[in-house]
Design a protein around this ligand. Sequence first.
Ligand code: IPD
Ligand code: CA
Ligand code: CA
Length: 252
Amino acid sequence: MLIEQIQQVMRDCGQLMLQADRSRADVETKGRSNNLVTKYDKAVQDILREKLLELVPDAHFVGEEEDVHESIASGKAFIVDPIDGTTNFVKDYKASAISVAMTQDGEVELGLVYNPYLDEMFTAQRGKGAYCNGKPIHVSDQPLEAGLTLYGSASYYPELIDDSFRLLRKAFDRSMDIRRSGSAALDLCTIAAGRAELYFELRLQPWDYAAGSLIVREAGGKVSRVEGGDIDLTKACSVLATGSKVDASFLH
Ligand code: IPD
Ligand code: CA
Ligand code: CA
């Protein structure tokens, strides 16, 4: 089955991340000085492009480390973040993941996120539920007062910092505590697995959330923009993900 073949490719890439010689990672910056890319981001993406297109030759491929992005509007497309949590990877913080989504005519059909450090493979197929290492997962049914807020600082976009911390303070006041993992893909899977109740970030790129958004929805959770309205896979947008009993309207 295709989803199993994709998992194998991602597990192989995970081995490459675990065995990386980070002292020779060729760390470069993209745009802002806090936006990093290493030779491992590029190597993982090259493997994913080659192997995924072997599996589905007529698919388009959209990878974070690509200069030009193909359209996902019609037909099949892969939307890939080779290493989500590159700063963590450079720091050896051990909280990074590989994220692969497959879309059909712009809609996510398959979502997979692999955390090689915990050997956790999150998967979802549209309409068929969400899984972690083959076991069904569900979002939390706790209200936010008994829950955790996960926060992404949108740190590549200085113009969003004030709003971002203002909303974080509101969420902090309404929940037990906050966490910041450094990987949006893992944050979404943490919501899907019922380990936290609310996640938000004011700007993400489609490769950060394409796979994770399907995993949250298939686990019974809600995904939207922070200001309300549906997320858009064709451009950057804010992302809000919650468990089943969280009213996040205070963020709008
Ligand atoms: C980043 C991570 C981080 C989030 C950023 C993303 P990258 O992705 O997901 O948690 O806060 O907005 O860009 O650059 O490590 O692939
Ligand atoms: Ca990312
Ligand atoms: Ca990345």
